[in-house]
Design a binder for this molecule. Structure first.
Ligand SMILES: Cc1cc2nc3c(=O)[nH]c(=O)nc-3n(C[C@H](O)[C@H](O)[C@H](O)COP(=O)(O)OP(=O)(O)OC[C@H]3O[C@@H](n4cnc5c(N)ncnc54)[C@H](O)[C@@H]3O)c2cc1C
Length: 291
């Protein structure tokens, strides 16, 4: 097995173009497990850890955060937790401290598992994925178009993920996950909500309950129309329950070793109701503090 170690982004793209079967390695927390268990034996590994700018994040000219594919979960929590609270909350549930010190959102995107924890908050916040190839340069893919099937994404064989772009939070954001235990667990299902008060809109993301992570668009439309954005009245339990039902209707789960389809549907309704209640509570508290 060849081991390619580009020092720059241009070299990384050239290496991927020259050998599209080369498997990129960021933190290695997925790739190394697959190799150890002989799930795959690629002809080459493309180590991206020397490509410095992948490990950086910045505030872009349009005000959004541009976070390199190599920024670890631990750094995301420590450095961006205030601006990307939903994603940071999801990051805190990933694996263990060791996994969070190595693992990245870039790797989560590369793996494109329906159970990946960063996907629901990326969907709820309207993130975009910056990808590039040597032949065609850079393109931006909205998170809603990135996930194409179980462990399949919109990435072409000669492309690499360079960064994701997300607006800093303008309202409360929450992520919740059900697992078979509290830590070191792949989600049975998960849900993210992000309130966008300026647009009077709630973004959503459903995880591990369909072939791909996806938004619950009917729940979003319902929340936009029915929530009392101006008055910020207490959340009506009936409204929260309906939001949960619509979120569950967006799921297309399967029975597997981690849970049944029926349980997942039920749990998505509960998580959606709960995360909306938490977010709405914070939204009202902010209003009270400003009054
Ligand atoms: C013990 C353990 C617990 C875990 N717990 C969780 C969990 O709770 N939640 C969760 O979501 N995941 C979990 N994972 C899975 C894994 O940690 C995450 O998916 C993590 O985000 C992968 O990031 P990485 O940088 O280590 O990726 P890598 O292993 O380096 O790569 C992952 C995939 O992405 C591709 N890739 C990497 N970088 C790029 C790039 N720049 N462009 C294109 N493709 C790229 C790789 O080729 C590979 O297919 C766990 C793994 C382990 C071993």
């Amino acid at each position: 097995m060849e081991f390619l170690r580009p020092a720059t982004w241009a070299e990384a793209l050239a290496a991927k173009a020259g050998l599209p079967e080369a498997v990129p390695v960021q933190g290695g927390t997925d790739v190394m497990v697959e190799i150890n268990f002989d799930v795959r034996r690629p002809p080459a590994l493309l180590d991206l850890t020397r490509v410095g700018d992948l490990a950086d994040w910045e505030v872009a000219a349009d005000g959004r955060l541009r976070v390199g594919a190599g920024v670890t979960y631990a750094r995301l929590i420590a450095e961006l937790g205030d601006r990307l609270p939903g994603l940071a909350q999801a990051a805190r549930t990933v694996g263990s401290p060791q996994i969070r010190n190595r693992g990245t959102v870039g790797g989560n995107l590369g793996a494109a598992s329906p159970a990946g924890d960063s996907h629901p908050p990326l969907l709820a916040t309207g993130a975009e994925i910056e990808v590039a190839s040597a032949a065609r340069g850079t393109r931006m893919i909205p998170a809603t178009e990135f996930y194409r099937g179980v462990k399949r994404s919109a990435l072409a064989p000669d492309e690499l993920v360079r960064a994701f772009w997300a607006p800093p939070a303008t309202g409360p954001q929450y992520f919740a996950k059900v697992g078979t235990r509290n830590a070191m667990v792949i989600a049975v299902c998960s849900f993210a909500v992000a309130l966008h008060p300026g647009e009077r809109r709630a973004g959503t993301g459903v995880g591990s309950a369909a072939p791909t992570p996806r938004r619950a668009t009917a729940a979003e439309e319902f929340a936009a129309a029915e929530l009392d954005w101006a008055g910020r009245a207490p959340l009506d339990p009936g409204l929260a329950a309906r939001f949960g039902e619509l979120a569950a209707a967006a799921a297309e789960p399967i029975d597997d070793v981690r849970g049944t389809a029926a349980y997942r549907r039920h749990a998505i309704a509960v998580l959606a109701r709960r995360t909306l209640a938490w977010a709405w509570h914070d939204y009202r508290k902010e209003a009270a503090a400003c009054a």
